[in-house]
Design a protein around this ligand. Structure first.
Ligand SMILES: [Fe+2]
Length: 295
């Protein structure tokens, strides 16, 4: 009897990392000040009503727009041949490719996901490659921009696009009811061995959810919380430990209420590891205590 074979996802997306995101606000000055002071980044204007906030291994764009918008998530591939292969892969699947929407990349393109958000892929623009002077205590604290998470009213449609069309690999699914059965309430997707670079939650509305900075250890979590306390910025959730990803974490809110996470010990998984199943309950999202339940 023939043995079932596992069909490996062959998308040239692997490996790719989250390079930057864009957050918009009707009061961008407040966001610029928050990410400069709280998240330890240096600010500079890089376009009309567009600011770059950057520190070691972390950078985001802040633009003027609607409060709470996060119109763009940008992923970095490793080489021009990988980018060309990804372009061909997506064109072969009939996905419309749009011009790269970010000044921080010199080559690349974007696609529009089913919720209308842009996901861009490309290679960094050398004009923005100069290291940032770590001239404040917060700029010296380690925090690498690592993942971005959204909420959606149609989780299967959204995560199906990222997994089946773009080539992200599922790490974990959370199920309403018995694990492996019933509707999925969250899916975590990876594009390199780190547990997730993108994830999505089922929710009553389409919205951004949070983005996350990975630190090097538990003591960094302490140092960041001590730093935030000086501003003061209160912890909004945590510290705790997530089930999916097994990472230590806490979250705060930026001035528009968008959640920002600091993390450590995020799990790694090989490309071929199959996704695991979790139950939709508080303990899944925080072993240590109460959870932010999106649905
Ligand atoms: Fe997260």
């Amino acid at each position: 009897m023939p043995q079932p074979t596992t069909r490996r996802n062959q998308s040239p997306l692997w490996p790719a990392q989250l390079d930057h995101i864009q957050r918009n606000s009707d009061r961008p000055d407040a966001l610029v000040a928050f990410y400069r002071d709280a998240a330890g980044m240096a600010a500079r204007e890089v376009g009309p009503l567009l600011w770059l906030l950057e520190g070691p291994q972390r950078r985001i764009l802040i633009g003027r727009g609607e409060k709470g918008e996060q119109p763009l998530n940008v992923f970095r591939v490793q080489s021009p041949p990988q980018l060309a292969a990804l372009r061909s892969w997506l064109q072969g699947r009939g996905i419309a490719l749009l011009p790269s929407p970010t000044p921080l990349f010199s080559e690349g393109f974007a696609v529009r996901d089913p919720d209308g958000r842009l996901a861009a892929f490309g290679l960094p623009n050398p004009a923005f490659a100069a290291p940032v002077a770590a001239d404040t205590a917060a700029l010296r604290l380690p925090a690498r921009l690592q993942h971005v998470v959204v909420a959606t009213t149609d989780l299967p449609r959204l995560t199906g696009f990222y997994e089946k069309e773009l080539g992200f690999v599922a790490s974990d699914h959370v199920y309403d009811g018995a694990p492996g059965e019933g509707p999925v309430t969250a899916t975590f997707l990876r594009s390199d061995p780190e547990h997730h670079s993108f994830a999505a939650f089922r929710a009553p509305e389409v919205r951004p959810d949070h983005h996350c900075y990975e630190t090097s250890c538990w003591n960094d979590i302490r140092d960041w919380a001590d730093h935030l306390a000086t501003l003061p910025v209160k912890l909004w959730w945590g510290p705790g430990r997530h089930g999916p990803g097994n990472n230590l974490f806490f979250m705060v809110e930026d001035p528009d209420g968008h959640k920002v996470e600091w993390s450590a010990e995020l799990e790694v998984m090989s490309r071929d590891m199959a996704p695991r199943a979790w139950k939709h309950e508080e303990r899944t999202l925080n072993y240590w205590g109460q959870s932010w339940m999106r649905s």
